[in-house]
Ligand binder design. Structure first.
Ligand code: TEU
Ligand code: CA
Length: 550
């Protein structure tokens, strides 16, 4: 693969269509809503839009349960709306990357409807069926959404595997007919002119034989990086991906640096890059994300450094703090306790991430410094993961009180990222003229795009400057990375190539931290700072600076 593949210089913006913009007043975002907001994204300067799934779906998992890969979800509009959105985006220089969910389908997909009819049905082996063991589930593996990963089907007296919800049966990738059908569908979308795929839990498609042994209770990572994983992805690349100029990113639960060198190898035989989850586990624990833990900066620095150094020369990094599955980064890794800290820390987090080597991802609303939502009761929650976890930990296991669980939901639920995009200070933040499918964050009156566009010091314009730096400085794309040894409240690193050297300084704390920039940067040019002036002997709360030498 040539050094300057277009996606190595790109910035990606993730849209969660259900919550981005509603054009017809039904309270649900849609494709025409996206089309109406494309100029806002073009102005930000991003290059690629990744759309979470827009295919036909019963929405058990908000579109990650697909019932027809070649039709648009009713709530989102029509294929004509999609074609118009694609053409308008391309006209504005924006590429479109689709979310490919092929580890599983919806149980309402025609393949599964057939498969469950009888053990002899031609589609039976499109999915993973097993006999009961001693009248129970075949193994103890657990679903990501609580409970067993096996669902008993009365008609044929067998269990089917679902690593996620009961309505998301796992496809059997060991069946060549499944691979043929998936590759054919992918090619159909490429023929329509899309520019790539984000591949949902692609590290889980090849389950190892051990995965089916009676084993300890384990989550989906037990299925990760299976024996035929890279064989299937190389087949996908050879039969589809390599025929087009695409960007591909594999969402890979359980991936390590060593495995990522295979998935995102520089020779282009598999994917462009992967999403790793170690960073997202910064505040994980024995009950998963449901806890009071805060991410430690030492863990963040160690993990990002490991991936920056580990992939260099072998594979390409993706860079993200946020997505539709994660709480809002300014609330999780920054500080949303005051308006000043929220704005400073949002800009600091952006600086820290966007000057690293890799392709950065901005999640909708991150460019505004949107925050977590103050969920008070389960009735406000929409995400199957949180609702099922509540019933698991509160009602079944009685491990948490309702108040404890609601505190953990406020901190970690995926719904924090799924409250409507905040466009302006009018009703429902300008997202819908109807009743939104999930409540709008009450802080929309001050945190919204319209206010940001009027404020030259907004988080939005700060992101715009960072994106411009990535487009204009080769050292951001290709420079070496080195972590500097500093106070443990600071994250400072350099990027260097033959001609230029950058110094990036980030204070992740609300303290004033003494700091003198290294002597070699005494004559460096200050490219960016999230404060007006800048004393030479310290970094103020959540202060970030970028210096350039050469
Ligand atoms: O998420 C995969 C995944 O690993 C999830 O378990 C995620 O890490 C977890 O929810 C974080 O707490 C992908 C999609 O991004 C997610 O929206 C879907 O629900 C899931 O796959 C099933 O398709
Ligand atoms: Ca709508």
């Amino acid at each position: 693969m040539d050094k300057t593949s277009w996606w190595k210089k790109s910035v990606v913006y993730q849209i969660y269509p259900r919550s981005f913009m509603d054009s017809n007043g039904d309270g649900i975002g849609d494709l025409n809503g996206i089309t109406s907001r494309l100029p806002y994204l073009a102005k930000l300067g991003v290059d690629v839009l990744w759309l979470s799934p827009v295919y036909q779906s019963p929405n058990d998992d908000n579109g990650y349960d697909i019932s027809n890969y070649r039709a648009i979800m009713d709530e989102f509009g029509t294929m004509e709306d999609f074609d118009r959105m694609l053409a308008t985006a391309h006209g504005l220089g924006l590429k479109i990357v689709m979310d490919l969910v092929v580890n599983h389908t919806s149980d309402e997909h025609a393949w599964f409807v057939e498969s469950r009819k009888s053990r002899e049905n031609p589609y039976r082996d499109y999915y993973i069926w097993r006999d009961p063991v001693d009248g129970h589930e075949p193994t103890q593996v657990e679903s990501c959404f609580s409970g067993s990963a096996w669902q008993y089907d009365e008609t044929t007296g067998q269990y089917y595997l679902h690593l996620f919800s009961k309505k998301q049966p796992d496809l059997n990738w060991d069946n060549p007919k499944v691979r043929d059908a998936v590759f054919d569908m992918m090619d159909w979308w490429c023929q329509k002119g899309i520019d790539g795929f984000r591949m949902d839990v692609i590290s889980l498609i090849s389950k190892s034989p051990e995965f089916f042994e009676p084993a300890e209770k384990g989550r989906e990572v037990g299925a990760a990086n299976g024996p035929h994983e890279h064989e299937y992805l190389q087949e996908m690349n050879e039969r589809v991906l390599s025929h087009y100029d695409l960007m591909t990113v594999g969402e890979c639960p359980g991936v390590t640096v060593e495995e990522a060198k295979k998935y995102a190898r520089n020779d282009g035989k598999e994917l462009s890059m992967v999403f790793q989850f170690e960073l997202m586990d910064a505040d994980g624990g024995e009950t998963g994300k449901w806890n009071d833990r805060k991410p430690q900066l030492s863990y963040v620095k160690e993990n990002l450094t490991k991936w920056q150094l580990g992939l260099r020369g072998y594979a390409w990094n993706s860079l993200f703090w946020d997505n539709h599955d994660q709480p809002r980064c300014v609330s999780r890794f920054g500080d949303d306790s005051t308006e000043e800290n929220r704005v400073h820390s949002a800009k600091m987090l952006a600086t820290c991430l966007h000057m690293l080597q890799g392709t950065p991802y901005i999640y909708q609303g991150e460019e505004l410094g949107m925050t977590n939502y103050p969920f008070q009761s389960l009735s406000e929650c929409r995400d199957i993961e949180a609702v099922n976890a509540y019933h698991e930990f509160v009602d079944e296991k009685k491990q948490f009180t309702p108040d404890e669980m609601m505190r953990y939901i406020r901190k970690a639920s995926r719904d924090n990222a799924r409250t409507p995009m905040q466009w302006d200070a009018t009703a429902n933040a300008g997202f819908t003229t109807g009743t939104p499918w999930i409540a709008v964050n009450p802080n929309y009156r001050t945190i919204n795009a319209e206010a940001a566009l009027k404020d030259p010091d907004s988080v939005y314009y700060y992101y715009q400057k960072l994106i411009a730096l990535r487009h204009t400085l080769p050292v951001v794309t290709d420079g070496d990375y080195a972590l500097l040894d500093t106070d443990d409240r600071l994250y400072c690193y350099t990027r260097a190539d033959a001609d230029q050297k950058l110094l990036i300084c980030c204070n992740f704390s609300k303290d004033e931290v003494p700091y003198e920039i290294p002597a070699e940067f005494a004559k460096a040019k200050l490219l960016l700072c999230n404060y007006e002036e800048y004393p030479q002997d310290r970094l103020r709360p959540y202060e970030a600076r970028v210096y350039l030498l050469g």
